[in-house]
Design a protein around this ligand. Structure first.
Ligand SMILES: Cc1cc2nc3c(=O)[nH]c(=O)nc-3n(C[C@H](O)[C@H](O)[C@H](O)COP(=O)(O)O)c2cc1C
Length: 159
């Protein structure tokens, strides 16, 4: 599959998670378009915005908010391809902001797109075997679900 991974990361935690997801996708033989929304736009990163699967990641800003760079990226994405069905959301946050706001951006983004995939929420930077396994399992699950979904345009797999 052609997979687009786009994320916003202020201090690197979400980038670390994105890197681990990317490695898992590539190890499974998929091709990844990589977009750091803080410094790139959709148009900078790809001349063909349509992908088979979209993985969007973000840190969470004040009181559960989505960072502005990711909001801008989402506006570009929706303009280019609408709200894709095959879109999953991941991110990092800190529970010290309160349960109500923990990883609020991940929840808001998933709700905005009506994502049917589980969300991946990691506390601060991913560390240890436990987080590595959680990220691997989430990625594998998202890939498996997507590959087993009936495709809107089956001809593309034959071509
Ligand atoms: C100004 C500010 C506000 C934050 N607000 C929240 C919040 O409401 N909820 C949350 O879960 N984390 C919050 N955090 C924590 C970050 O989302 C968390 O540290 C995240 O892992 C940073 O990711 P990054 O390294 O990819 O930038 C906030 C951090 C900052 C700097």
């Amino acid at each position: 599959m052609r997979i687009l991974i786009a994320f916003a990361s202020l201090s690197g935690n979400t980038r670390d998670v994105a890197r681990m997801i990317r490695a898992r996708c590539e190890a499974a033989g998929h091709s990844v378009t990589w977009i750091e929304a803080d410094v790139q736009t959709l148009a900078d990163a790809t001349d063909r915005p349509a992908h088979d699967l979209y993985l969007l990641g973000a840190w969470t800003d004040n009181a559960g908010r989505t960072p502005p760079e990711m909001k801008r990226f989402i506006a570009d994405l929706v303009e280019a391809v609408g709200k894709p069905e095959r879109l999953a959301v991941f991110g990092t946050g800190e529970t010290q902001w309160g349960e109500e706001y923990y990883c609020g951006a991940v929840r808001r983004m998933a709700a905005f797109f009506g994502s049917g995939y589980p969300r991946l929420e990691i506390e601060q930077m991913p560390h240890g075997e436990r987080d590595a396994l959680k990220i691997q399992r989430w990625t594998d699950h998202v890939l498996n679900c997507t590959e087993n979904m009936p495709h809107a345009d089956p001809a593309r797999f034959i071509a």
